[in-house]
Design a protein around this ligand. Structure first.
Ligand code: NAD
Ligand code: UDP
Length: 314
């Protein structure tokens, strides 16, 4: 049994991770400010004596009594519509928040897993993207608060490791979907499913030829736990599903899986700095963790559709 802190534990990925850790017998502290996370996500854990909620902001972490064996640092909005609402807050959640977590780890000896992102590759000139690619980010655009915040957080992680010996590992997470996403999350998978279930048009930004590679959340949780459990690991490490599809294909697949929907597809203007391609090179994760995503996109979308059907009735 480990004492584990999950920052952002009430969010989509965080709540799936908390559930898995609790099922494995860990004692879990969830730190969340509920800016994009939801109380319903952690409601099922509240009766578990091994679950503890710290309602607070990772930017203002001051409690020197806290001590954990493992810290998963997930606290940061991840959907473009949410992270662009308060861009300064987004950047500071990554930079100040990660610094606070690394300080806590320096003082207490905790091992840290930092949730970074494929967004650090920006609009990549190289595809698939290996960890050795430095990326192509517009530092002044609308997405920079997230991309550059996560890049600076990575820098802090490696500097705390070199300067203070903190045991920190960085995972670069590619687009992840699944149960636990908020109805108003705003990302492509959840929007398309919610729109199709409401018989509203699926809105594609741009021509829809841009690609993403979607990973089911259970695969991500397995990869996060494996990364945390290694005594020695060479990171950053990509965690993603290399199955790359266009946004047009994704929208059509959602409609195919919901044949009762009367939705059609409409196109709107492209979003600023929207990456054209994204596909992970996962050789490093395969080699070091023996990890491979196992959930097929159709199966994962069907599970996600069932989840949204229930969530939208509540
Ligand atoms: P999410 O928005 O559902 O969850 C983020 C959680 O962090 C929420 O519960 C939110 O309330 C909390 N939070 C935000 N700022 C905070 C702060 N300053 N202090 C305390 N809590 C705060 O997003 P998600 O998809 O679950 O993403 C979780 C993490 O994984 C993020 O760090 C994100 O960058 C990373 N990630 C996710 C994806 C993905 O596709 N889901 C891809 C790449 C990286
Ligand atoms: N997208 C879209 N309609 C939506 C939401 C997103 O066409 O309702 C597009 C978006 O422009 C991007 C892709 O889908 O090209 C993935 O967007 P998402 O917000 O899911 O993730 P990210 O851009 O962060 O990869």
């Amino acid at each position: 049994m480990s004492k584990v802190l999950v920052t952002g534990g009430a969010g989509f990925v965080g709540s799936n991770l908390c559930r898995d850790l609790l099922n494995g017998g860990d004692e879990v502290w969830c730190l969340d400010n509920f800016s994009t996370g939801h109380r319903e996500n952690i409601l099922p854990f509240r009766s578990n004596a091994k679950f503890h909620l710290i309602e607070g902001d990772v930017k203002q972490l001051t409690d020197s009594d806290l001590s954990f064996r493992h810290i998963y640092n997930l606290a940061c909005p991840a959907s473009p519509i949410h992270y662009q609402k308060d861009p300064v807050g987004t950047m500071m959640s990554s930079v100040l928040g990660t610094k606070n977590i690394l300080e806590l780890a320096r003082v207490t000896g905790a091992r840290v897993l930092q949730a970074s992102t494929s967004e650090i590759y920006g609009n990549p000139n190289v595809s698939p993207q290996p960890e050795t690619y430095f990326g192509n980010v517009n530092p002044t655009g609308l997405r920079a608060c997230y991309d550059e915040g996560k890049r600076a957080a990575e820098t802090l992680c490696f500097d705390y490791r070199r300067q203070h010996g903190v045991d920190v590992r960085v995972v670069r997470i590619f687009n992840t979907y699944g149960p636990g996403m908020a109805i108003d999350d705003g990302r492509a998978v959840s929007n398309f499913i919610v729109q199709a279930l409401c018989n509203s048009p699926l809105i594609i930004y741009g021509r829809g030829a841009q690609t993403r590679s979607f990973m089911f959340v259970d695969d991500l949780v397995a990869g996060l736990k494996l990364t945390m459990s290694q005594e020695e690991i060479d990171t950053p490490i990509n965690l993603g599903n290399p199955h790359e599809i266009s946004i047009n294909q994704l929208a059509n697949l959602v409609l195919e899986l919901l044949p009762e929907s009367s939705s059609d597809i409409i196109h709107r203007a492209s979003l600023s700095d929207d990456p054209i391609v994204r596909k992970p090179d996962i050789n490093r994760a395969m080699r070091q963790l023996g990890w491979l995503p196992s959930v097929d996109l159709r199966d994962g979308l069907l599970m996600t559709i069932n989840y949204f059907r229930r969530a939208m009735k509540e």
